[in-house]
Design a protein around this ligand. Sequence first.
Ligand code: NAD
Length: 509
Amino acid sequence: MNLDFLKTLGLEERNAGTSTGARAYESEADYIDSYSPVDGKYIGSVSVTTKEQYETVMEKAGEAFKVWRKYTAPQRGEIVRQYGEALRKYKEPLGKLVSYEMGKSLQEGYGEVQEMIDICDFAVGLSRQLYGLTMHSERPNHRMYEQWHPFGIVGIISAFNFPVAVWSWNSMIAFVCGDVCVWKGSEKTPLCSVACQNIWKEVVEANDIPEGVGSIINGDYKVGEYMTTDKRIPLISATGSTRMGKIVAQTVAGRLGRSLLELGGNNAIIVTESSDLKVVLTGSVFGAVGTCGQRCTTTRRLIVHRSIYNTVKENMASAYTQLRIGNPLDENNHVGPLIDKDAVNMYLSALEQAVEQGGSVLVEGGVLEGEGYESGCYVKPAIVEAHNNMPIVQHETFAPILYLIPYDNLEDAIEMQNDVPQGLSSAIMTNNLREAELFLSCAGSDCGIANVNIGTSGAEIGGAFGGEKETGGGRESGSDSWKAYMRRQTNTINYGAEVPLAQGIKFDF
Ligand code: NAD
């Protein structure tokens, strides 16, 4: 495997370092070693941020905020525009690193960097559209309006499966809003974080903006806790499992901070009698096996009308026989590896539980061995016929396991689709207007994302992204998600010579 892309991204040296560039200890325990799930080989190490280094990062961030907030929003947009340009330049090596360190297909690796570029473009436009409202005052000679100010330091915690895009969804928007960001990426993909930071540093240096505008810290949950417990961080944006989100939400709420949560999903597609089976097949197979089932929006349940259940079942089983599993950097393969052996064990355990709980295996799973599969992380996408109320079906297993469930009428199907703890993404396959509109109505899907004739995964940056219930309720990326990164202020100005009080209250003396 040619690893030249590491050098292009400034990662040629072992211990690629923190944003402070310091190497604090010599012991191996203070480094995260990154191994590729693609071939099991060592890629590099990153030093874990110490509490002392964290304090330095926070001090610099606090200082930087005082300067950055005074840049006009379009000036901040110009910096983000330049970062987007730099990403265009580094799209190929960064996409390769994402694919090699995380294990997603090369196309998806490039797609993730493209998503970063797209969010930069979006944020540049947004930098001239951070609108507030003007209201009519009930008092004479008064003007009332609201405006949005930056929060300060935004703490970003992100998951391994989108090791670069999720950070940019948050930070590019936060930057134009006038915030500064401290990012802790996943300990499973530490080099991706350092690579993004190296590219960011080029823009920082070219424009002579304070170093602390965008920083990274490295480590596992313990380093994440530096931020969640830190009162200097008014907003924590955390992406990851529901388990993590519950801990982060409680910790941040304990100090009355705000959190923006993007957590697990348990996404279903309802396949109706009137659906176009070609659309169903493409949307469902990509949704279920893309990124080896490691997207928060992965299709985990296919709820199929009983009249076409057997046809869909046969089509899906036959499509699965054509899947090529292997090195994700080889564009001929459809499915790459899981992130690590722990994920493989969780996949195997979920398959066992599915059978114990009454499921019937349609397409068998298993771990692949032999040439090309040396990392031990390659598994076969599986399909299990199941019931929606089986405990394992209610749970998000971050692997390519699809549950097939029959339904008799659409209301029941919608109830089943909603009857899980999570509420991220959902879809209906139908050519029937009434069915589509019912699904989209307030009596329909309870998810943050509801699609018609599209699978559950692959959202565009222009819409607000996020979900309800145990998915955490946060919204990131497009639409007016920027409001989560700013504080709202209502202003009333009296330009008259009297001081009339609201609600007609008299106070004369
Ligand atoms: P994870 O919860 O194990 O870790 C996510 C991040 O949280 C990591 O950086 C980790 O170090 C940090 N963390 C964990 N515990 C913490 C704590 N107590 N305090 C502070 N930080 C803590 O998740 P993962 O395995 O990396 O990613 C997979 C999960 O992420 C899936 O559940 C997936 O659905 C979810 N996800 C959701 C979205 C979304 O937008 N809804 C997007 C991507 C991934």
